[in-house]
Design a protein. Sequence first.
Lengths: 113, 113
Amino acid sequence: AQSVTQPDIHITVSEGASLELRCNYSYGATPYLFWYVQSPGQGLQLLLKYFSGDTLVQGIKGFEAEFKRSQSSFNLRKPSVHWSDAAEYFCAVGPSNDYKLSFGAGTTVTVRA
Amino acid sequence: EAQVTQNPRYLITVTGKKLTVTCSQNMNHEYMSWYRQDPGLGLRQIYYSMNVEVTDKGDVPEGYKVSRKEKRNFPLILESPSPNQTSLYFCASSLSSGVKTQYFGPGTRLLVL
C-alpha cells in the first residue's frame, strides 16, 4: 500500500527566508509525486509534479522539488518566501498505472514579517 | 474557463436528512473523484470514477454513494448523514492518460448536526 508522511505539521518562516517542506513516501514501484497548495478557504492548486526524468522539478510560484529515490523523499523548496506563501501544503503520491492518489496530512506554513 | 465546480459550497444539515453535493467539470475529463479533508488527516479518497457508469470505492466509502450517468457530472450522495461526516469535501477530475494530474474544485464544507 502507498502512503505519504509529512513530518512537519507546522512551520513558521520569516519573509525572505528559505523554506523546505519534507515529504517521505512509501510505494513499491515508480510513483507519480505531486505537491499541492491550499490557501485559506480555497481549493487545492497543483504546484508541481514528478513522474520521470530530471529529479529536480520546477513548479509555479518559484517552488521546486527534488525526487530522491534512495531516501524515498520528494522535498519542496523555495529560496525566498513571500507573505502570500502562507498556506497549507500537501504532498501526494500515486501509481503510474492508476488514479489512486494518497495524500500526506499536510504542512501549514506561517510567514512572519 | 476550465474548472471543476461544486454546489453547495456550504451546507448545514441534521442527522439522517439525505443530501447531495454536486460536482461538474467542463474539461471533458474521464476520471473524477471525491475526497474528504479532515484536520491532521489530509485528504482521503471516498469514491472515484474512471468513466461514465464506472465507479469504485476509495479509502473511506462508508456512508456515501456516487453515480456517474454523464461524463461531466459526479454527484456525492449522503443517504443518512451522521455527525462524523462533518468535513470539507473536494471533487477532482483528470484525463485518463498521461500523468493524470487532478484538478480540484473549490470544496464544500458540510456540518451535520
